[in-house]
Design a protein around this ligand. Sequence first.
Ligand SMILES: NC(=O)c1ccc[n+]([C@@H]2O[C@H](COP(=O)([O-])OP(=O)(O)OC[C@H]3O[C@@H](n4cnc5c(N)ncnc54)[C@H](O)[C@@H]3O)[C@@H](O)[C@H]2O)c1
Length: 251
Amino acid sequence: MTDGLDGKTALVTGASRGIGRAIAIALATDGAEVAVNYNKSPERAYEVVDAIAKGGGSAFAVKADVGQEDEVLSMFEAIGDRLGGLDILINNAGIEMIGPLLESTNQDYDRLMDANLRGVFLCGREAIRRMVKQGRGGRVINISSDLGYLGREDFSLYCASKGAVLALTRSWAKEFAPDILVNAIAPGPIETDMLTPAHMPPEWIEKEKQIPLARLGQPEEVASVALFLAGPGATFVTGQTFGPNGGSVMP
Ligand SMILES: NC(=O)c1ccc[n+]([C@@H]2O[C@H](COP(=O)([O-])OP(=O)(O)OC[C@H]3O[C@@H](n4cnc5c(N)ncnc54)[C@H](O)[C@@H]3O)[C@@H](O)[C@H]2O)c1
């Protein structure tokens, strides 16, 4: 255990696996008390809570579909009861969707935007409302994607949702300065369930590696950036987008 986030409380959405799991563990290892949000997999969320406890940290699991307002509000109530406040929000939950525009349905659009954009809006609004009321500042870190800049054929809905997350980030950073710092992380290809043949054709996964560092990144390589943005070293950083992306984007 290190102690840069000692006394801080954090919510990580979609934290039962992948990048969210790695961020939850990194924040807890640095001393934060962490709410591990899950939607469909309580057993995987409890595994994350156990892993954190074994490392000497403190965490609990909390269910919510981030796209559903009633579930989000109940989650924040539970966090208030359990943690007494919130200092750090990591808006990580998200889904990927592959499909040509001409075959995309309104239902596809709604499903993707509910998880990737409405979820960021609902959790961000509620967290910031509470941070403003608490009056002790706060950090919001939104997980976007390098595809939010790059665009990609057959990924237009996903790219649009992630581009919108970058715009929300910059706007909130201006609206809530100087007390609440809002930043984004736009990862490149990261080796999680999202990038397995069950979710993505193997030829796409191979294509993902065609970046300067010529490999997929690991969730921990995103978590280290989130830890920096949540911590004492990032007090002059807001409205920025960080890219643990192996060089896929060089703005
Ligand atoms: N893996 C990559 O290459 C990559 C690259 C760039 C950005 N991202 C982004 O990183 C984030 C994490 O993705 P990952 O790679 O760990 O994928 P993942 O599929 O392993 O994890 C996503 C998590 O979000 C949860 N989730 C999805 N919809 C939810 C909802 N409505 N409510 C609550 N939880 C929900 C899932 O249950 C899962 O735990 C996502 O926002 C994703 O778009 C991933």
